[in-house]
Design a protein. Structure first.
Length: 344
């Protein structure tokens, strides 16, 4: 049973990161409002492919909840009905959660794929949660964290709804991002704690504490990065896709984010040096340094080379991968204090 549990946990981790990638592409392309309602898209399970699908049609069989665009606003069908030659507003109600009423096929399908990835990631999570009850007697934490992961996914889905309803409120986007990392942490714990064999690692309290500090720094950097991205979004709305002007007058958060990167680099470099000098054996620290280098390069590329293609989603995705690796190394270093010694 433990084999299947770990398989589904690893599958869930990959899919959650796929959702993060999809979310980063949504942000890069400005597709967050591609589906203005939730959980459906313009009232459909499969979104429309052309603007004419969202126009009023006479003698058309409308189903309850279907959305049309009328006079730069959204109208929602109140019940099932067949339309007459002219629109009867008694059959419709205005969508009042926000005033965004545009259709862009690219934005719609990018956002729709993002939602599909989110729904798909929930399947292995539900499965490994059911499987976790087989381990209740030997390690209750596996079951508890599995259940928390399910609730975390449900909360994340609700957050996604509130993000859309608020027309992409910045602080809600930030919470949405942080919650994704919490879910990643839960799944990494489950993957590590369900191992049947643990490699003996040298425990070093100072290394562990600095590593925890590095994880906190990474989280802060990701939050600051979402705020910088919000400024970029505002610039896009104001001046369009003139990339060389997006950071011409950056906010304070940008300078804090950029300066903070030096601290992140030096703290993680200290971990690398400490790991080598004391021969602690944490091989994944090398991956941490690789992620840091890619983060620096992508950050420089965005600022000095006017946001090359895919540099924005790569910058975010690598940051989340960095967090995941750091957290897993922390689990390895904390084995004695966190995990029970018996095998599952």
């Amino acid at each position: 049973m433990k084999k299947y549990f770990r398989t589904f946990a690893k599958t869930a981790l990959v899919l959650v990161y796929l959702v993060i990638i999809a979310g980063a592409v949504v942000r890069m392309t400005g597709s967050g409002m591609g589906c203005p309602d939730w959980p459906k898209c313009f009232g459909y399970y499969i979104p429309p492919t052309q603007a004419s699908d969202l126009e009023f049609k006479p003698n058309h069989d409308y189903k309850k909840g279907i959305v049309i665009i009328k006079d730069e606003g959204l109208l929602v069908a109140q019940s099932n009905f067949i339309s007459s030659e002219n629109i009867d507003l008694n059959n419709w109600e205005a969508y009042t959660k926000h005033d965004y009423a545009k259709y862009n096929p690219l934005h719609t399908w990018v956002e729709y794929i993002n939602r599909l990835c989110g729904a798909l990631s929930g399947i292995p999570i539900l499965i490994f949660t059911v499987l976790s009850f087989w381990f209740w007697r030997k390690n209750k934490w596996l079951t508890i964290i599995s259940i928390l992961t399910v609730f975390g996914m449900a909360f994340q889905a609700w957050l996604g709804k509130t993000v859309v309803d608020s027309n992409l409120a910045p602080y809600k986007i930030t919470i949405h991002m942080v919650m994704a990392l919490v879910i990643v942490g839960f799944i990494l714990y489950l993957i590590y704690a369900s191992k049947t064999r643990f490699k003996k690692q040298i425990q070093n309290s100072k290394f562990k504490n600095i590593l925890l500090f590095a994880i906190v720094l990474t989280l802060i950097q990701i939050v600051l990065g979402t705020q910088v991205r919000q400024h970029v979004d505002e610039q896009v709305k104001a001046i369009g896709y003139v990339k060389e002007l997006w950071l011409q007058n950056p906010t304070l958060q940008f300078y804090v984010h950029r300066s903070f990167s030096f601290l992140v680099f030096f703290v993680n470099a200290w971990l690398y040096i400490k790991n080598k000098r004391l021969n602690l054996g944490y091989k994944k620290v090398n991956l941490i340094i690789i992620c840091i280098v890619f983060e620096v390069v992508s950050g420089i590329a965005m600022y000095y080379f006017d946001f090359p293609f895919l540099s924005q989603p790569l910058h975010l995705v690598i940051a989340t991968i960095l967090f995941g690796i750091q957290f897993y190394v922390y689990l390895e270093n904390s084995y004695k204090s966190i995990f029970i010694s018996e095998e599952i």
